[in-house]
Design a protein around this ligand. Sequence first.
Ligand code: SAM
Length: 212
Amino acid sequence: MEELNPSELGTHEYWEDRYKDEIENFCKNGDPGDIWFGENISDQIIQWINKTNSIKKDSKIVDIGCGNGMLLVQLAEEGYTNLHGLDYSEKAIELAKAVAQKQKVNISYVTCNILEEIKDDYDIIHDKGTYDAISLSQNATDHRNKYIENMYASLKNDGILLITSCNWTQDELKDQFSKKFEQAEIIPTPQYRFGGKVGSIVSSCVFRKKSK
Ligand SMILES: C[S@@+](CC[C@H](N)C(=O)[O-])C[C@H]1O[C@@H](n2cnc3c(N)ncnc32)[C@H](O)[C@@H]1O
C-alpha cells in the first residue's frame, strides 16, 4: 500500500500553532473554530450513535484527537454522560475545556499522544480526522500500525471504532484495519458524481473489535 506524502498536518507543532490561534479567536468572538468535514457529517455520526441499540447513554465514549471537542459537546447535549476527549495538543485541550465550560457540559479532557499512552477500556472510540493526520506524519507506516494496535488494546471486547477520513476510501480503511477489526457498517456521507462515477469525499466507517 502506498503511503501519503508527509505534510505539516502530521506534526505536533502545526496543531499547537493552529489551536493557539483558535483559542485567541474563541476568547475574542466565542467561535470554537472548525468542525472538521462539516456539521452534516457530525450530525450523521450522532444520528448513528443515537440509533445503535448497543450504545447506552452511559457508554464510555472517547474522542481521540478531539480538537475543540465539538462532537463531544453535541453528544453531551444528547444526554451521553461518560465522555472523554484526548489530544496531543495542549492548546486543543485548553480550547476544548473552555468550550465545554461555556456550554456547561461535563466532559473529561486529557492531553495525550494516542500513539504512546492510551490504554483503557472504552466502549466506543471516535476519530474524525486524526487517523488522517497520523497518516501524514513522517514514519506513517509505523504510526498507522501503532494506532491500530493502541485502538485495539483500548477497546472493550466487542467495542466499536468509528472513524471518519478524507484521506482513505472505505475499502482502504477496511483493508488497513482488517487484522484487528471487522467492518460493521458504513455511515452515509455526501456523494459526488463525476464522469459517470459516484464517490464520497469523506468515508465514515464503523469497525468492531475482533475477538482474540
Ligand atoms: C483534523 S484534526 C480533527 C480534530 C477533531 N477531531 C475534529 O473533528 O474537529 C486532527 C486532530 O488530531 C490531533 N492529533 C494528531 N495526532 C495525534 C496524536 N498522535 N495523539 C493525539 N492527538 C493527535 C490533532 O492535534 C488534531 O486536534
